[in-house]
Design a protein around this ligand. Structure first.
Ligand code: NAD
Length: 333
């Protein structure tokens, strides 16, 4: 059992990771400024509200918790936003990570699991992406994550903290008991947006581009269930705590689904027709991003087990629960 400080633990992926850390008997403390997270997702354990750039607040949290390891999810996550707000994106994602790294080292932390992304690869040169693929991010967001990866690698090479840099593809789905799920504002991820159409909260879904060189012309992505991702984080953390050296690993299912296929799967799961409109393709959107996750399998024994229907069923249960909660709140006003 270890004490883990989780930055961004009130957010979507971080909160799911906290649940699994606790299930495995670890002690969890969350550090989050709630800029995009939810206090309701923090289920037990100490909570520190603070910005990762705030060194004094970070130090106070480390003093109190005395963590053995850190899981670092806190970041600005919107790729589109980052294009016009590069300085702020770098400030939070790179500057905040540097502050966290400093505090970790000052308090003798030896291991960190870091949320990286497939956006570090840029335009794919191969049908599936291996960790050895060139790093050529095309957005400030992707670049900020690539910089933090290098920073962590540099620290480790010099004998400092060891880190797992996990490059996830598209996180999706929700806790099967609907205790938490995706709740971003504004929401930019495909599955929750499509489910908003199924619930009548949105008129239609925009399909950005239908002339890609893919099987049906729409963009293909690798959707990985957030609970599978959380499992990989716990495995990576335990490997580091057992003394393993740091590493980089892709986390994906190795299966791509096109936007049209996701819409069809959502129609199948929800039983609702889903209206869509084709719009121009967006700058920087790759035709297809699919993981080669064989390294994570070899290194951690990790294999994602939840398929696309399970992802959508869990996301649908969560979306309905949120709507029921909103209706209840409106009635109470
Ligand atoms: N969701 C995905 O598909 C995906 C894919 C690849 C990588 N990632 C990475 O995974 C991590 C988690 O993503 P998510 O989808 O859970 O996002 P999220 O926005 O739900 O979670 C991020 C959390 O960090 C917090 N935060 C943001 N800025 C902060 C700051 N300056 N100080 C303290 N806390 C701050 C937010 O309040 C939020 O709770 C991010 O680092 C993201 O870049 C996500």
């Amino acid at each position: 059992m270890a004490k883990i400080l989780v930055t961004g633990g009130a957010g979507y992926v971080g909160a799911h990771a906290c649940l699994q850390l606790k299930d495995r008997g670890h002690e969890v403390a969350v550090y989050d400024d709630l800029s995009n997270g939810h206090l309701a997702f923090v289920q037990g354990g100490p909570f520190f509200r603070g910005d990762i750039r705030d060194r004094a607040r970070l130090n106070a949290a480390f003093e109190t918790v005395q963590p053995d390891a850190v899981m670092h999810f806190a970041a600005r996550i919107e790729v589109g936003w980052s294009v016009n707000h590069a300085a702020e994106c770098f400030d939070v994602n790179v500057g905040g990570s540097a502050a966290l790294l400093e505090a970790s080292e000052r308090h003798g932390v030896k291991a960190m699991v870091f949320s990286s992304t497939c956006a570090v690869y840029g335009e794919p040169q191969t049908p599936t992406l291996r960790e050895s693929h060139q790093i050529a991010p095309i957005s400030p967001y992707g670049r900020s994550k690539a910089i933090v990866e290098s920073m962590l690698q540099e620290v480790e090479v010099r004998g400092g903290l060891r880190s797992a840099r996990l490059r996830y593809f598209n996180a999706a789905g929700a806790d099967p008991l609907a205790r938490m799920g995706e709740a971003h504002d504004p929401e930019t991820h495909l599955i929750p947006l499509v489910l908003q159409v199924a619930m009548g909260q949105r008129e239609a879904i925009s399909v950005f581009g239908d002339r890609y060189p893919t099987r049906d012309g729409t963009a293909v992505r690798d959707y990985v269930h957030v609970c599978d991702l959380a499992e990989a984080h716990v495995l990576a953390l335990e490997a580091l705590l057992a003394g393993e050296r740091g590493f980089v690993a892709n986390l994906g299912t190795e299966t791509g689904h096109s936007v049209r296929e996701i819409i069809e799967a959502c129609e199948r799961v929800t039983g609702q027709p889903i209206k869509h409109r084709v719009a121009d393709r967006r700058f920087g959107d790759a035709p297809s991003l699919v993981a080669d996750a064989s390294f994570a399998h070899r290194k951690l024994g990790w294999t994602p087990t939840r398929d696309i229907d399970t992802i959508i069923e869990d996301a649908w249960r969560w979306a309905q629960r949120q709507r029921a909660h909103q209706d209840h709140t409106l009635e109470a006003v």
